[in-house]
Design a protein. Structure first.
Length: 420
């Protein structure tokens, strides 16, 4: 009998037959979701000898929902994610001309999914623009609810914009608005609580998975009270809550000042050899360069919303593109999570059986990891890797891989199932 996933004492409780809601998605969702579901079902059956099975619950959102009910995000869909805690979705169209700015953002904000988790690693054989993509193994923790994505902005010429502008210039003495007659304004909220829960989750993730470092990526040299505060709050939290499990760059700087650089380096070496996680930081633009030049120097990345958006796509491109980049949106405090394809709807190729299902499939594997079904998740990743190594791939990869066999979406899924 199918049952709901629950959350108790800080951990998910997953029955053998959990109910998991899904949104097929718009555009190529019609191609990639059925294949993803088939592979998941096959991997679960094989990994657990038929003793576990997901009861998939279909939900409507996006164009399918609008065409049926006139609503882009029906309340029933929101309620279902609240009820069943963990879900998965294909790509959704963003409504044009008002209303909900983004259905993805709406889901994240409604469930307070404060972490956007994007693991990025390389599958052997995937075409890449960099020389050594196999060195890329990063896990991005992007803050999901604050920063400019909070949507607090005002269009020039509106009464609201004029009110904010007048307050800034007349009450707060702001002199740096260069063109006040035509300026639009936005507000960038970054809170201590929001920063701390994101960074806490990143550090806990690194500790649990025995990863070597957490890098706080920020632009605090310019935005000192928002992104600079994010960095400072991160270091303070690491030293207060994880003192015996981490070694921070601020600790190294303190030791260098007190005992000299040689002694500080020895302390750091001893700490890292004992298994402690290194907590460090880097300016965002420097990270974009360094991640290309020295990708093996980074493991877990904790960053704010806009930085995380840029970084996620850059790192995905390094290992083959956003078409195979998985993603999950998680609230580690409540257990709620939605995993998703990270690319768009690609309507021009929808229904043509040529789309790469990799992003949604790997997101499904992330979901299985999250609910504790690690064996099935590992099986999916290995089977997909084998198919790619055997050059049995969809057209987007085949066109860049010599001697590759170009498969349709369904055939690619069958190739993966054969290799489970």
């Amino acid at each position: 009998m199918a049952q709901k996933i629950t959350f108790s004492a800080g951990r998910l409780q997953t029955p053998d037959n959990p109910i998991i809601p899904y949104i097929q998605g718009d555009g190529i969702g019609v191609d990639i979701w059925p294949v993803t579901q088939q592979i998941c079902d096959a991997a679960i059956a094989k990994a657990y000898n038929g003793n576990r099975k997901i009861e998939w619950k279909k939900l409507l959102a996006g164009e399918a929902a609008f065409n049926t009910s006139g609503e882009w995000m029906p309340i029933e869909t929101m309620d279902a994610f609240h009820t069943y805690m963990v879900g998965i979705k294909g790509p959704l169209t963003t409504p044009v001309g008002g209303g909900i700015r983004s259905l993805n953002v709406a889901l994240r904000q409604d469930l307070d999914l404060f972490v956007c988790l994007r693991p990025v690693s390389y599958f052997d054989g995937v075409p890449s623009p960099i020389k050594k993509p196999e060195l890329v193994n990063m896990h991005i923790f992007r803050e999901n609810t604050e920063d400019i994505y909070a949507g607090i902005e005002y269009m020039t010429g509106t009464p609201e914009n004029n009110q904010v502008k007048d307050f800034l210039m007349q009450e707060m003495g702001v002199k740096s608005i260069r063109f006040p007659d035509t300026v639009s304004l936005g507000i960038k909220p970054v809170s201590k609580e929001g920063s701390e829960r994101l960074i806490r989750a990143a550090i806990q993730y690194a500790i649990e998975k025995k990863l070597p470092s957490v890098t706080l990526v920020h632009k605090g040299n310019i935005m000192k009270f928002t992104e600079g505060a994010f960095k400072n709050w991160g270091y303070a939290l690491a030293e207060k809550e994880f003192e015996d499990k981490v070694f921070t760059w601020t600790c190294w700087e303190k030791l260098k000042k007190e005992q000299g650089e040689l002694a500080a380096n020895e302390h750091m070496k001893d700490a890292l050899q004992s298994g402690k996680v290194l907590i460090k930081d880097v300016i965002a633009d420097a990270f974009l360069q360094d991640s290309l030049l020295y990708p093996d120097q980074f493991s877990v990345i904790a960053t704010l919303n806009l930085n995380g958006d840029y970084i996620s796509d850059l790192l995905a491109a390094m290992v083959g593109g956003i078409g195979i980049a998985p993603g999950g949106n998680v609230n580690y405090d409540t257990g709620y999570a939605i995993f998703e394809a990270t690319h768009g709807t690609a309507p021009k190729i929808a229904g043509k059986d040529i789309a790469n299902p990799g992003s949604l499939l790997l997101s499904a594997a992330m979901m299985l990891d999250y609910i504790g079904w690690i064996e099935a998740a590992t099986m999916i990743r290995k089977a997909m890797g084998k198919a790619i190594a055997d050059k049995m791939v969809t057209e987007d990869f085949a066109s860049f891989m010599p001697d590759a066999t170009a498969l349709g979406t369904k055939a690619f899924g069958e190739a993966i199932i054969k290799r489970l």
